[in-house]
Design a protein around this ligand. Structure first.
Ligand code: BGC
Length: 267
């Protein structure tokens, strides 16, 4: 391969897959723009969401995306998110997913299934990478904390644009409870809380995280960030706090960034 070919490969589109509790979503990611090329594909997460069942759906999504005319080459690596701690490709927590995932080498499982290189990253870490590169955290120096409010609470710790992986700030113990059990978006619905009531819990949570890390910026992600107007104005912190910008695609885009960085296909 000539130097020029190598250069054109940098930032070429890659496939990103976001494994969630209710849906497995995928897309072809334009790494120059941080946007999807074509539509996002979503298949409901199989129940029970065992490793074999999930791997089969991931393979189905990758196959469908690969058949599109603008798909990356069939041997190009795929980035995948997972809602648990991922270290060296192995799942080390399963707070909101089937417990059979614990200690599973998800990287090896998916690599064998897809027959192409795979990189797996925590879902909130992926959203954090996407926000830091193309969204609300672009160009921000110092510590940026991306907090995703969904079924659980996910977090990404970004310093000078680089990810410090697997910060599990959703599991901080606050007032005797695992924070996500009270302050996630799903907990709000489960407990029938008004936005005013929920904002009190978020205030408590974010004040504590602010005290521990003194970040430059908080970015709030997850589906609930669409309703940020309902809760952000009710909160008072010394740190600026803004909604995520990439919305539904943050995980897919972040998965593609991770695989591009690991395989030196992006800077
Ligand atoms: C998990 C995290 C995950 C978050 C959001 C938490 O329960 O421990 O790893 O990022 O949920 O899905």
């Amino acid at each position: 391969m000539t130097k020029k070919d190598e250069k054109t490969k940098k930032n070429a589109p890659l496939i990103g897959i976001d494994i969630g509790g209710s849906g497995i979503k995928g897309g072809i990611v334009d790494l120059k723009k941080g946007k999807l090329v074509g539509d996002r594909l979503r298949v409901p997460t199989p129940q029970p969401a065992t490793p074999e069942a999930v791997a089969a759906v991931v393979a189905q999504v990758v196959t469908e995306l690969s058949s599109r005319p603008d798909a990356p080459p069939a041997d190009s690596p795929v980035g995948v998110t997972f809602p648990g701690i991922i270290q060296h490709g192995v799942v080390h927590s399963a707070a909101n997913v089937d417990h059979s995932w614990l200690n599973m080498d998800i990287d090896a499982l998916l690599t064998a299934r897809l027959r192409r290189p795979v990189e797996v990253i925590n879902d909130a870490d992926a959203a954090g990478l996407a926000e830091a590169r193309y969204g609300a955290g672009e160009g921000v120096r110092g510590t940026v904390l991306v907090i995703t409010l969904g079924t659980g609470i996910g977090s990404a710790f970004i310093f000078n644009g680089k990810l410090v992986p697997n910060a599990e700030l959703g599991h901080l113990e606050i007032d005797g409870f695992d924070a996500e059990s009270k302050a996630s978006a799903v907990a709000r619905e489960r407990d029938g809380l008004s936005w005013a009531e929920y904002s009190v819990l978020l205030q408590r949570y974010f004040s504590h995280v602010e005290f521990l890390f003194s970040p430059e910026l908080f970015i709030v992600g997850g589906g609930i960030s669409k309703r940020a107007d309902e809760f952000l104005p009710r909160m008072s912190l010394r740190t600026p706090i803004v909604p995520a910008e990439l919305k539904n695609d943050a995980g897919i885009v972040g998965a593609a960034i991770e695989v591009a960085l690991t395989h030196k296909l992006a800077k």
